[in-house]
Design a protein around this ligand. Structure first.
Ligand code: SF4
Length: 221
């Protein structure tokens, strides 16, 4: 059985991430760094030091998807290594998940947007095939979408992170949950009950429960 619960031999499900690479020229996970480093599918190529692909374990059942690289990520080549990434690591650890061992961490766009602005819809669409390669190869059972941009880039839902966070979305045979972005939590540090940080902690406990259950979502019509 695959990590997402699909039976071996099930036909691959159509990606909702937009155009995929045509069969035959689909790069593997191993070649992704080199392929993205050469990529000029959008204008973000002009400002990058390097394409930022992933950290963590490609065999993990949890995939964490964020927005895009910031300055520290662009310099280091690793996603989620700044203050927001450190908070993400701490919050995952608080529910018993190690971001390097239990998760594969990546972003919607692989190159740093200038001035840390949100990537445009065109940039997200241009980079979507690379993310589709990652999702296909990692085959996560559970996907955590951190923030509104990841929610838009993966599920195509604009806005509504406050309304949709903490809710499960069955998607391509996987469980997907949007949560607040750790950058937002850094700006809202209260841990009081009902605060964004407290809510995210509840969401991550639910993610942990879901991983333990190991049950794929029912097929959708
Ligand atoms: S952001 Fe994605 S699509 Fe744009 S240049 Fe970088 S790798 Fe290519």
């Amino acid at each position: 059985m695959a990590k997402n619960g699909a039976m071996a031999g099930d036909p691959p499900q159509a990606s909702l991430l937009g155009a995929a690479f045509s069969a035959g020229d689909t790069p593997g996970l191993e070649g992704l760094q080199g392929s993205c480093q050469q990529c000029r599918r959008c204008d973000l190529a002009a400002g990058r030091q390097q394409a930022v692909i992933s950290r963590g374990d490609p065999a993990a059942r949890l995939m964490v998807i964020g927005e895009g690289p910031g300055a520290q990520e662009d310099a280091s080549g690793r996603p989620f290594v700044g203050r927001a990434g450190q908070l993400l690591d701490q919050m995952l650890a608080s529910v018993g998940l190690d971001s390097e061992r239990d998760a594969y961490v990546c972003n919607v766009v692989k190159c740093r947007p200038p001035d840390n602005r949100k990537p445009t819809a065109q940039e997200m669409a241009a980079c979507a095939p690379w993310l589709a390669v990652q999702i296909g190869a990692v085959d996560p059972a559970v996907v955590l979408l951190t923030g509104a941009t990841a929610l838009e880039g993966v599920l195509g839902i604009k806005g509504g992170i406050s309304r949709l966070r903490g809710q499960w979305h069955p998607w391509q045979g996987r469980w997907v949950m949007p949560v607040f972005h750790p950058s937002y939590l850094l700006r809202n540090p209260s841990r009081e009950q009902g605060s964004p940080k407290w809510l995210t902690w509840q969401d991550l406990k639910e993610v942990r429960r879901r991983l333990e259950q190991d049950q794929p979502p029912p097929p959708t019509l």
